[in-house]
Write a protein that binds this ligand. Structure first.
Ligand code: PMP
Length: 367
């Protein structure tokens, strides 16, 4: 009997129960071959099938056009902060890339890119990461190698609900924390990457979807494992891939498909996040979400308790109380404090319902 815990973690995060059961069932003996996926050669035909099935499911769920490669790489989203400029900044002679810096993760990505070329932050620097500067204030570089943004800033709860218009430049997006949470028109992008440990699996694998004509421009100092051409030519098997993480991702993708695909995920994610934002909005500023209404994330809902800048004693009480009620990982990122409820695909409406109701009861009774 599993303890009833509601996991609002920001990543690694909750996985669908059925995926865990299947992984458990197959752990000792995958598909009747007598060994585990953990023990299997990455060059075996069984693993090859897992890779192909996983890639095909992803292509189907996102309608990825044929002229895009899909890669399963290691090093997390952070390795892609380096891989993106190492592979793409040389697309144009000027080696200049445009960055939208709307939170911790795009800020880190921009810093990394500065090692390899010129970085132009296209909007006035933000004092606080609570909004997306209006696109009329952006000054894009004509002839930039690419334009980069983070589609959902996990720490600050800032999510783009539109696709930036780059005036023709290649668009690159970090979708680590909202990947497959809603439909995306892949054809608008040069490259999309996402670590799996939030919406599509466990830590260890990062999906990279890249348009074929952008491959082959890596700087000569690019480490070979980060070179998209090498990885694409070798079907992500240049070296040992994160086999088990890819297998888990395959199970999660199947679960998404069986539950109505990304459209159904979007409907549920809108419903879940509205439930929490509604409580925040009607709390008379007892709960305060600092993020502009227009870009409030459906994946990560950050808020303060007691007052605008957060009453830390009250927040501690809130977290302790939540934990007594079985709700875990609600603490905001250490850099911002406060509370953060992450509502990835595997978090159910029931989890979310239980969350706010219990929190409300908790607020009334104990704070
Ligand atoms: N991008 C985003 C949006 C993230 O949320 C994170 C991790 N929380 C990263 C990148 C970095 O990922 P990793 O820890 O896998 O390197």
């Amino acid at each position: 009997e599993k303890k009833q815990t509601i996991n609002f973690g920001a990543g690694p995060a909750k996985l669908p129960q059925s995926v865990l059961f299947q992984a458990q069932k197959e752990l000792m003996d995958y598909n009747g071959i007598g060994i585990s996926v953990l023990e299997m050669s990455h060059r075996s035909s069984d693993f090859n099938k897992i890779m192909n099935t996983t890639e095909n499911l992803l292509r189907e769920l996102l309608s990825i056009p044929d002229n895009y490669k899909v890669m399963f790489l290691q090093g997390g989203g952070s390795a892609q902060f380096s891989a993106v400029p190492l592979n793409l900044i040389g697309l144009k002679q000027d080696r200049c890339a445009d960055y939208l810096v709307t939170g911790t993760w795009s800020s880190k990505a921009a810093k990394e890119a500065e090692k390899y070329g010129k970085v132009n932050v296209v909007h006035p620097k933000l004092e606080r990461y609570t909004k997306i500067p209006d696109s009329s204030s952006w000054s894009l570089t004509a002839g930039a190698s690419y334009v980069y943004y983070c589609c959902n800033e996990t720490v600050h709860g800032v999510e783009y609900n539109f696709t930036p218009d780059t005036h023709g430049s290649v668009l690159v997006s970090d979708m680590s924390s909202n990947f497959l949470s809603r439909p995306v028109d892949v054809s608008k992008f040069g490259l999309i990457f996402a670590g799996a440990q939030k919406n599509v699996g466990c830590a260890g694998v990062t999906v990279v979807i890249v348009r074929e004509d952008l491959i082959g421009y890596a700087l000569k100092d690019c480490p070979i494992v980060l070179d998209y051409k090498v990885q694409a030519d070798n079907n992500s098997l240049y070296n040992t891939p994160p086999c088990f993480s890819i297998y888990i991702m395959g199970l999660v993708l199947e679960w998404i498909k069986n539950n109505g695909g990304v459209e159904a995920m979007e409907t549920l994610n809108m419903k879940k996040s509205s439930m929490i934002y509604d409580i925040i909005n009607s709390s008379n500023d007892f709960y305060v979400c600092p993020v502009d209404i227009a870009c409030r994330s459906r994946m990560n809902v950050p808020f303060r308790v007691g007052k605008k800048e957060g009453d830390e004693a009250l927040e501690k009480k809130f977290l302790d109380g939540a934990s007594k009620l079985g709700m875990i990982s609600l603490k905001g990122h250490r850099s911002v404090g406060g509370i953060r409820a992450s509502l990835y695909n595997a978090v159910t409406v029931e989890d979310t319902l239980a969350g706010p109701f219990k929190l409300h009861a908790f607020k009334l009774n104990s704070l």
